[in-house]
Design a protein around this ligand. Structure first.
Ligand SMILES: Cc1cc2nc3c(=O)[nH]c(=O)nc-3n(C[C@H](O)[C@H](O)[C@H](O)COP(=O)(O)O)c2cc1C
Length: 344
């Protein structure tokens, strides 16, 4: 296939994909790692509403082209057709400020099988920002343009390149410039976390601010502070887009993605039986998580407690279990407690 055909293929794939509402599982460093991605995409698929994409945690690009093993560490799915075991494709997210280096790394990721590249302009971490990476670049729209267009130019034509942004760094005063930079960059779609870096992760999210980005000629995906169906609907209405990325809400209620679409399709009556995940259905997934690959059991148990802590916001049963195991270090004891929690 020549370049022209590849470009056409990409355009067709993207317009087909975004003809219907698109749902993305958010990249969350230390939270949606490969194990969590596997579990959450499996649940969504089992409930009949698979995510369209899951985005990897960011891979930081600083000095050179990373060796293959680093890409495989962050995105082991690259060894399996770049899909989770339930078949959800993974977008590889890169973070950095050197356009040329970002382009070279993106090209290498594509060579390793990345089906799409996302570029992070939202990370608020001090260490990242002090090295001119993540959200700090929202104050440098020209650099954003250079990075996105360099990455676009470096990866094969059939591979989509997207950007993930916030509304601004300290405030929203550069929004027009950011929009201008994205418009001419060649990005295939744009995800917007509807807060500035300064607003961090604190509610509310300013979904209505996303609207002006719909003037772009590419699909816009709204993100931030979606914990339930009502918020998802308000977000889509205020942002005037049907496309969503789900973050912490998807970890807290792994059935959120299915619930949102079940409801959106005016099937509210069947909500209970088709898309709601009961605690007992979630047990096997939690056990799978505890039996998953990790550096060691201490790390795994710590990560599981992080998840269980979030599940307490979504499931009353998680509270009881949390009280029971919060000081427990032994994985087997936790698995026993989990199994017993179904029988209670
Ligand atoms: C623990 C954590 C880690 C995150 N890591 C990333 C990341 O690696 N890349 C990225 O683009 N966004 C990252 N984010 C931001 C999320 O993708 C998302 O934009 C944000 O959490 C807002 O969505 P939510 O309110 O639905 O969680 C992270 C968020 C959290 C809470």
């Amino acid at each position: 296939m020549n370049n022209c055909q590849q470009l056409q293929e990409r355009r067709n794939t993207i317009s087909q994909l975004f003809a219907a509402p698109v749902r993305l599982l958010a990249p969350m460093e230390g939270l949606t790692d490969p194990l969590m991605r596997q579990i959450l995409t499996q649940i969504a698929t089992d409930l009949g509403r698979p995510y369209d994409w899951s985005v990897s945690e960011f891979i930081r690009i600083t000095q050179h082209v990373l060796p293959a093993h680093v890409f495989y560490k962050y995105v082991p799915e690259l060894r399996h057709d770049a899909k989770t075991s339930s078949g959800t494709p993974i977008q590889v997210q890169l973070l950095g400020s050197d356009a040329q280096l970002m382009a070279e790394n993106a090209a290498y990721a594509a060579e390793l099988g990345a089906p799409a590249i996302d570029i992070n302009f939202g990370c608020p971490a001090k260490t990242v920002n002090s090295h001119r990476g993540g959200s700090v670049l929202l104050d440098e729209p020209e650099t954003m343009y250079q990075i996105i267009s360099a990455v676009r130019g470096a990866v094969p034509d059939h591979i989509p390149v997207s950007a993930k942004i916030r509304l601004g760094y300290t405030d929203t005063s550069r929004m027009d410039d950011i929009r201008g930079a994205i418009a001419s960059s060649g990005a295939d779609w744009l995800t917007i976390h509807a807060r500035t870096k300064t607003q961090g992760y604190k509610p509310p999210a300013y979904w209505d601010k996303i609207q002006s980005f719909n003037a772009l000629d590419i699909p816009v995906i709204a993100n931030g502070e979606i914990w339930n169906v009502e918020q998802a609907q308000n977000c889509m209405q205020q942002a005037a887009t049907k496309h969503l990325m789900l973050g912490r809400g998807a970890v807290t209620r792994p059935d959120l993605v299915a619930q949102v679409d079940n409801h959106t399709e005016n099937n509210a009556d069947s909500l209970e039986n088709t898309s709601t995940l009961l605690w007992q259905d979630l047990i096997a997934h939690q056990i799978k998580f505890l039996e998953g690959a990790a550096k060691n059991d201490i790390v795994l148990v710590g990560r599981y407690k992080q998840w269980l802590g979030m599940l307490t916001k979504g499931f009353s049963e998680a509270h009881t279990l949390w009280e029971e195991i919060k000081r427990e270090k032994n994985k087997t004891v936790i698995i026993d407690a989990l199994q017993a929690s179904v029988r209670q």
